[in-house]
Each structure stands twice: as structure tokens, then as C-alpha cells.
Design a binder for this molecule. Structure first.
Ligand code: FES
Length: 359
């Protein structure tokens, strides 16, 4: 199914020296379409130096707010994040898709539970939305945020986190852990690694009474936290993880129709089928699909957002990376076309079948 972008004006607010908050100034008629579940993300699109560049960013605002915002931190050599933090200004417009993604939490007013979020850097964005919405909707629940950054000046949304503490002083606690600033209490300095999580679990948090853990940050932090929580006896269904969208994605070559050993890719989107020759050793299926059908959906091109998901109808493919599809989705034949290459001959896929949505 093709994705639809809406062009909307934005308000841009500096958060740190290298991060901005971007609020969509949504027209009234789009507000319902942009209602989100805390933890979901937006795909933003901009033409940068003549290129169609798209990235996914998690929504940081409460699901109860009328406004909807994302936080973007500049990544070295990151095309979109550099544009967003250095060129985009209040009053400019940006193209944006309606919220997507399965990561997060659906708060329930009758629930009485304890939640812990572990975030690093811009991993705070979905976590801030989840915690704010949960504290607002579940009056008997408690939330703890463990937030890792390099220095106090690099903490994104510090004002918003402090405001949340002031709104819910008895039900929300924050633990800042800074890797490049000494602290008189060693627990609060360094990186969020296995030893730190174990130390927190033996002092500030009763790991087994936590109803849900939300992990958001770079791959190594998320994997370390998953393993450490498993070692502490936390069941995996209580641990929910989201990865950063890394902008430093390898450059993908243009499809080369003259290469040896080409196979045929047949793809259907919006009920219409197209055919293109594909080099199994060349770029991913997505790049070939886009060369004949410009409406093919994609965002991160890093195997993380599932925007490019399609179902294999015939043939076999291999995936380079998959951080987005569940085992059930893979078993059902779904693939991330930005990571997919044909194996053993021709392949037929469709973007028109849904079932499970990936993270
Ligand atoms: S475009 Fe994000 S997983 Fe393929």
C-alpha cells in the first residue's frame, strides 16, 4: 500500500546545542489522523540538495496533547538531522506521514503498576511520550526514568523532564547517568551497562515488580539491557525495546541492468503490478522497486522501521538486517525490502498485504 505524506508547517525549538524539538502545526482537519499511541513514530520527508530524504523520529509528546512533536539530535554526517537542526526553521513546511509503529504502551486508568524506562541520548523521545501519557492516564501507577547522556548540557528535554517531576512528584523518579561528568555517587556516572543495571536493580528498583520495561537507545545498550534483565529473571514479555534510527547508512549503488545473473522481481502495490530486473548481489529489492514505482514506501533504509515491509508471494529472499519484524511476521513471509535480496531466482512480492506491523 502506498503511503501518503501531508505537508505541514512546523515550529522549531532548540533543545541542546545539537538537538531541536519540531512541533507539527497541524491543521484542524488532520488532528484525528495524527492521534498516536505513546511510543509511535513519524516518517518525515524533505528534499535536501535535490534528494528525497526520509527518516523516522519518535513522537515525544503525550498522546493526550493536541500538539505532536519529535526531537532530532544531529548525527555526524547525518543528512536529515543536519538539515533539521541547522536549516529547518519555524514556519517552514515538512512532509510527514501519520503515526506508525508498535513500540510503546496503551495506558489503562484502572491499572496500578510500576514501569521503568531505560533511555540514552535521543532514545528519550518515545520514552517521554510513554511516561507522560502513562502518568496522566494511570493515577495509581509509578514510573522511573533512567536516562544516560554524556554531560548535563547534552540532556534532551531536560525542562520537560523536570516539569513532569513537578507534576507527579510522588509517582515519577528520574535517574540521570552521565558518562563524561563525575558524580559524588558512582552509580550516577558512567555508561548504562550490565553492571550499572544490576546496581540499579539492587538499590533503586525492584526488577521483578516492574510491569513493563521500555528500552530505547543504541543497539549495544538495548541488547545489554535485554540480556541483563533476562539474567535478573525478568520475563521477556515485560521488556519492550526500540532502537535508534542510525542515519549513517551505507551508500547504496544505483541498480545496474547490465549485471550478470539478473533475476526478475515482480512487485504489486495499490493493485498494480510492475516488473524489474534485479541483481541478487546488487542493491536491496527496495531500490529496484523504487526505480519502477516511485510510490513504494520506505523511511529508515536501515531495517528498523518496517515502513518498507512487503510479503513474498513466490521465491526466496535473504535479509541483511531485521530489527523490525517479529519471528511470526518472518514466518508468514513478510520481509523488509530495504534489506532483502533474491536467493535462487525470481521473486514476487506485494506491498498490499498486511498482517502484523513490525515495530
Ligand atoms: S525502510 Fe525502514 S526497515 Fe526498511
Amino acid at each position: 500500500m502506498a503511503v501518503e505524506f501531508h505537508t505541514v508547517p512546523v515550529t522549531v525549538k532548540p533543545l541542546t546545542v545539537d538537538a531541536v524539538g519540531i512541533t507539527l502545526d497541524l491543521p484542524h482537519e488532520l488532528r484525528e489522523e495524527f492521534r498516536h499511541r505513546p511510543g509511535q513514530h513519524l516518517v518525515l520527508r524533505a528534499m535536501i540538495d535535490g534528494e528525497d530524504v526520509r527518516r523516522s523520529y519518535s513522537i515525544c509528546t503525550s498522546a493526550n496533547d493536541d500538539s505532536i512533536s519529535v526531537g532530532i539530535k544531529r548525527i555526524p554526517d547525518g543528512v536529515f538531522s543536519t538539515y533539521a537542526t541547522q536549516q529547518l526553521a519555524s514556519g517552514d513546511t515538512i512532509d510527514v506521514m501519520t503515526p506508525i509503529g508498535e513500540f510503546g504502551h496503551s495506558p489503562d486508568p484502572v491499572t496500578h503498576a510500576s514501569y521503568v524506562a531505560l533511555a540514552a541520548g535521543s532514545g528519550i523521545t518515545p520514552v517521554l511520550s510513554i511516561l507522560t501519557t502513562t502518568l496522566e492516564v494511570e493515577p495509581a501507577s509509578r514510573c522511573t526514568l533512567i536516562y544516560g547522556n554524556r554531560t548535563s548540557s547534552s540532556i534532551m528535554f531536560l525542562e520537560e523532564i523536570e516539569a513532569l517531576k513537578n507534576r507527579f512528584p510522588d509517582r515519577f523518579q528520574v535517574v540521570h547517568i552521565l558518562s563524561r561528568e563525575p558524580h559524588e555517587i558512582p552509580l550516577f556516572e558512567g555508561r548504562i551497562d550490565a553492571a550499572k543495571i544490576q546496581a540499579l536493580a539492587s538499590s533503586l528498583i525492584d526488577a521483578n515488580s516492574v510491569a513493563a520495561w521500555f528500552l530505547c537507545g543504541p543497539l549495544d545498550m538495548v541488547e545489554t539491557a535485554q540480556h541483563t534483565l533476562a539474567d535478573l529473571g525478568v520475563p521477556s514479555h515485560r521488556v519492550h525495546a526500540e532502537l535508534f534510527f542510525d542515519e549513517r547508512i551505507e551508500t547504496i549503488p544505483e541498480p545496474d541492468a547490465t549485471a550478470e545473473g539478473m533475476v526478475t522481481l515482480e512487485l504489486t502495490i495499490d493493485g498494480r503490478t510492475s516488473v524489474v530486473d534485479v541483481d541478487p548481489e546488487g542493491p536491496a529489492i527496495l531500490d529496484y522497486a523504487r526505480s519502477v514505482r516511485s510510490e513504494v514506501p520506505f523511511a529508515c533504509k536501515g531495517g528498523m522501521c518496517a515502513t518498507c515491509k512487503a510479503k513474498v508471494i513466490e521465491g526466496n529472499v535473504r535479509l541483511e538486517k531485521n530489527y523490525a519484524l517479529t519471528a511470526e511476521e518472518v514466518d508468514a513471509g513478510f520481509v523488509l525490502t530495504c534489506q532483502a535480496h533474491p536467493v535462487d531466482g525470481d521473486v514476487t512480492i506485494t506491498y498490499d498485504v498486511h498482517g502484523g506491523v513490525g515495530r
